[in-house]
Design a protein around this ligand. Structure first.
Ligand SMILES: C[S@@+](CC[C@H](N)C(=O)[O-])C[C@H]1O[C@@H](n2cnc3c(N)ncnc32)[C@H](O)[C@@H]1O
Length: 441
């Protein structure tokens, strides 16, 4: 096993951030990718010149993807395929509704995106990689889809039903990437499958692939409680970057990526009065009167009649509180990992997006650091330049929206490296054990 050539491919590749972990981190070349959106496919071409990029809907391009691997590998299997299909996840309620619609012979109201796992499985069946890794939001564990036989089936059950007969062993676990040194909280359901006989012998097939703890196919946490290292906090990851302000100083002249969107006066007023870790919805009167609110709906101070620094709007001539979750208009904590990075990392009304102290959201440079795409380990920079998306500012060579979207949907490269290194290590230790038992006494 030691000298074998290991090659990888990705499906639903996004901007290839997970692929950075595989190729730049674990040194396994990623030779093919598949992505629907042209801007993201262009990013992969730019950053992985050795990879063949299949741009388009996987239902249409899967055959070409399979043929490409067969041609390049001359019939051999890839070592690893990774898949991160978009999946909207589902409550058990939704699952029940879909199941009963299918049983009643009706076509259920379903999110077609949840069925994208099916062409993904077809590619796995055709190429039979030694390992595969499926990444998705944790809610996917409860997601029921209409399978290839038009029957309702839980996604993981469907995957196991189709991969087990090909000799795969599978395990699914929920990992939080902050437990692997990533400086933000990101919980994902990671399913790992392997068909290497020695690995399968050690970790045989199980009917219920969802594990309550960490399976042996997944790496053990390296950071946080019960480990030797603390979580990487926001302060450690971005604390030394120059200050910015969403009203007076939106851009660092020395770093085009250290920039933030402008806030309007209202947003600025609400957030300026919001302490670290808190939401603007809890703010009380900021004037000298210091009067506390008596109920959550108040927008004007009862004592001094000045507007409270709480998210509010005028509707039908009346000022009232903006409807929103208490996780919105909220600042992060300096001494914790950042909140989950999403496509909306630049929007303060979205979940937990405020800088802990400065009046702004996180800059592009900060989310690049927190995602681990900007990381000393890679010894090179990921290139976002020249690919337009959305409003294109000629003074900039990249799209801020593209950066935020691609990072918001990614597998952090450091987490991917950690998972892939674990697979390499597993192979090595199993090979070592096999050699030891085979040695004549
Ligand atoms: C969760 S993101 C993957 C991110 C990626 N793993 C990374 O680390 O950067 C899912 C990707 O699947 C792509 N996608 C959605 N529908 C698709 C389809 N029908 N065919 C191919 N790709 C699709 C989306 O555009 C999105 O970039």
């Amino acid at each position: 096993m030691e000298n074998k050539i290991r090659l990888a491919g990705s499906l639903f590749s996004g901007g290839g951030l997970g692929d950075v972990g595989i190729e730049w981190g674990s040194k396994i070349p990623v030779i093919a990718a598949c992505e629907l959106l042209p801007s993201r496919a262009s990013l992969i071409r730019k950053n992985f010149p050795g990879a063949q990029v299949f741009e388009g809907d996987i239902w249409q391009v899967k055959e070409a993807y399979i043929q490409y691997f067969r041609k390049v590998l001359k019939g051999q299997s890839p070592w690893l395929l990774t898949l991160s299909p978009p999946c909207q996840g589902m409550s058990s309620n939704g699952a029940g509704r879909i199941s009963s619609a299918i049983r009643a012979g009706n076509r259920p109201l379903e999110d077609e995106r949840n069925r994208l796992i099916l062409p993904g499985i077809e590619v796995l069946e055709a190429l039979q990689p030694e390992w595969f890794l499926l990444e998705n939001v944790r809610r996917m564990e409860n997601t029921v889809i209409r399978n290839e036989r038009n029957q309702p089936e839980n996604i993981l059950t469907c995957l196991a039903r189709r991969m087990h007969p090909l000799g795969y062993t599978l395990r699914s676990c929920i990992l939080d990437f902050r437990d692997y040194g990533v400086p933000h909280h990101r919980e994902r359901l990671i399913t790992i499958g392997c068909r290497i006989p020695q690995v399968v012998a050690h970790f045989p097939k199980v009917t219920d692939v969802l594990c309550s703890g960490i399976s042996p196919l997944h790496p053990r946490p390296t950071h946080g409680e019960g480990t030797k290292q603390a979580w990487v906090t926001l302060r450690r990851a971005i604390g030394k970057l120059p200050s910015l302000d969403s009203k007076t100083n939106c851009k660092d002249v020395n770093d085009p990526y250290h920039c933030v969107p402008k806030w309007n006066d209202n947003q600025y007023f609400w957030m300026k009065n919001t302490p670290e870790g808190q939401t603007a919805f809890d703010n009380t009167c900021c004037a000298d009167c210091g009067t506390m609110k008596t109920n959550q709906e108040e927008v004007i101070c009862r004592a001094c009649r000045r507007p409270l620094p709480v998210p509010q709007m005028k509707k039908s001539g009346k000022v009232r509180l903006i409807k929103g979750f208490r996780s919105s208009y909220r600042r992060m904590w300096w001494d914790r990992p950042a909140g989950t990075l999403t496509m909306n990392s630049g929007v303060i009304s979205s979940d937990l997006k405020g800088h802990p102290e400065q009046n702004r959201v996180l800059s592009l440079r900060e989310i690049l650091r927190l995602s681990t795409l900007d990381h000393d380990q890679w010894k090179r920079n990921y290139d976002f330049t020249g690919i337009p998306l959305g409003k294109w500012d000629d003074s900039q060579s990249f799209s801020a929206r593209l950066v935020r979207e691609v990072i918001g949907e990614s597998i952090p490269p450091l987490a991917m490296k950690c998972m892939v290194d674990h697979l390499l290590q597993l192979e090595k230790s199993i090979e070592y054990k096999a050699k030891k038992t085979a040695r004549p006494r």
